[in-house]
Design a protein around this ligand. Structure first.
Ligand code: GAP
Length: 503
């Protein structure tokens, strides 16, 4: 992960926001390559989800909405995370991320151990319990730890659980609920009546505009409304690079179905759709798993939620949630707005409130999964038999920030540079194209490999016809992954690269 973060900064994928002022926790900027990467993700999703389908329409709603939207959606009352403070270190934690256990020797509790949740919570707590027993020189048989998260600590246990910051008990406060919505005020007066929120999800825009979209007459159930946009959550502990940020981008789609339709069939359909989409942007099937939320942990209105989980370097984490939400959201907005949000089925002459299946994903989480998957180090041997490490970002070509780089073999030979400029201008309207004439060709390849450019075109003396007419007006096209170089006619470059991108 450290290597990926360093490469992201060095090559201009992702920077800390406001870095010259020391940064601001949970906010990130995308540099020139990162902005292209994200745009490719968004565009590809929009093409597949909206433009490529005749049953989904796209919208773009405002970030700040009427405050009643968030009352109706339940966010004002319940969009909270349990928060704990460490009074000694002044650090703040999410209570459900602190795990603790009593240390039990010969059936008696002799102390407590704690840690922040990890891939090996139980094993690490067990090791801590053994170390605790050793340090205190306690004799007897140590029992296996019984990990619980801090929300489950009893009032008697709270002062006994060590802070993960200091390792000492007595400084953790009881968990209290913290609403994650960012508040703001609309208009000149900072009064409660003017208070509203930065949206914590894009989904409510689709519910609030359901009637407006229906009234355009373009849609008939089953149909979906999709949008891409920024969301904001005042996360207690932003972490794992961009994985959990305070400002992030979502791609969500609300798929409305009849109340009589088989919701489980549609739920399955959208889980499979999302999984296939992830495969088509180059994520390996071996890293994607499904996690079904336990029935008893679901909200009362929810019929089922499945998360597509991704194996990031820091653990298996949620990437894409696909929720079957019944008719809860539309019913709530109908209740709070006083407007009917029913659908009239012309054929059956019947009115009902549609049910919804919601695939919701974060662009930043996809970008991070793609960056982590693409990063590879390889040992290569050059013509002189010297080995070196090649860092290569193996992006799926359709997602790669730069599709093709154009090099004149030598920068001080005007005929080469002029011909290379012509090739560059030929490609530029079709693909994200980069010009590079620095250093030698080997260095330029390494540079392009590190930013994941799938193809490099070099204009050399053969291109100018110096070795005979058969090679005139051809370039070498070098493939990032195989490192093979083919001689390609300049006139064939655009159709050839276009075809490779579709493939
Ligand atoms: N409308 C449903 C909804 O927003 P969610 O599971 O809270 O559901 C959907 O969010 C997706 O948005 C997540 O699966 C994740 O990809 C992304 N996401 C949520 N919180 C995020 C955060 N703090 N930083 C980055 N991405 C986040």
């Amino acid at each position: 992960m450290e290597k990926i973060v360093a490469l992201c900064k060095r090559r201009g994928f992702i920077f800390q926001s406001s870095e010259i002022y020391g940064g601001i926790n949970g906010f990130w900027d995308y540099g020139p390559l990162g902005a292209e990467l994200k745009k490719n993700i968004r565009d590809y999703w929009w093409n597949e989800m909206v433009r490529g389908r005749d049953d989904v329409v796209g919208i773009e709603t405002s970030i700040i909405m009427h405050p009643k939207v968030w009352e109706a959606s339940g966010h004002v009352g319940g969009f909270t995370d349990p928060m704990v403070d460490c009074k000694s270190s002044k650090q703040r934690f999410r209570a459900d991320e602190i795990y603790f256990s009593p240390v039990i020797v010969d059936g008696k509790i002799v102390g407590y151990v704690s840690m922040l949740e990890s891939e090996r919570t139980t094993e690490d707590l067990q090791e801590k319990a053994e170390a605790f027993k050793r340090k205190k020189a306690i004799q007897g048989k140590l029992e296996p730890v019984q990990p619980r998260d801090f929300t489950q600590a009893t009032p008697e246990e709270i002062p006994l659980v060590p802070s993960p910051a200091t390792g000492e008990p007595g400084s953790l406060t009881p968990a209290r609920n913290f609403n994650m919505m960012f508040e703001t005020y609309v208009g000149a007066l900072r009064e409660e009546s003017e208070k509203t929120y930065l949206r914590p999800e894009t989904a409510q825009g689709m519910f609030a505009d359901f009637k407006a979209v229906l009234d355009t007459g373009r849609v008939k159930i089953p149909f979906g409304i999709a949008q891409i946009g920024k969301s904001f959550r005042n996360e207690i502990t932003p972490r794992n690079f961009t994985f959990r940020s305070r400002e992030f981008e979502q791609m969500e789609m609300e798929f409305f179905i009849s109340d009589e339709d088989d919701w489980a069939k549609w739920h399955r359909y959208w889980i499979d759709w999302c999984r296939n989409w992830l495969l088509s942007v180059g994520l390996p099937a071996s890293h994607i798993t499904e996690y079904n939320h336990a029935k008893e942990k679901l909200a009362f209105y929810s019929k089922g939620t499945t998360d597509l989980m991704f194996q990031y370097p820091f653990g298996v984490q949620e990437l894409w949630g696909i929720a079957a939400r019944g008719c809860y959201d539309l019913s709530q907005h109908a209740k709070f707005s006083g407007q009917s949000l029913e659908y009239f089925d012309e054929e059956k002459k019947r009115k009902y409130v549609p049910h919804v299946i919601e695939p919701a994903v974060g662009v930043d989480r996809i970008a991070l999964a793609i960056l982590c998957t693409a990063y590879q180090e390889e040992t290569t041997t050059d013509e002189k038999g010297q080995t070196e490490t090649r860092v290569v970002m193996r992006f799926a070509p359709r997602i790669a920030p730069v599709k093709v780089a154009v090099f004149p073999l030598l920068r001080n030979k005007p005929p080469l540079v002029e011909r290379a400029r012509q090739v560059f201008k030929l490609l530029q309207p079709h693909f994200t194209t980069e010009w590079d004439d620095r250093g030698n060709i080997g260095k330029r390849y390494r540079y392009q490999d590190e930013q994941g450019t799938p193809w490099c075109a070099t204009i050399d003396f053969d291109t100018l016809g110096e070795k005979g007419p058969e090679l005139a007006d051809t370039v070498t096209l070098r493939d990032r992954d195989s490192m093979k170089q083919d001689r390609v006619k300049i006139a064939d470059l655009v159709p050839l690269i276009s075809q490779k991108l579709r493939g």
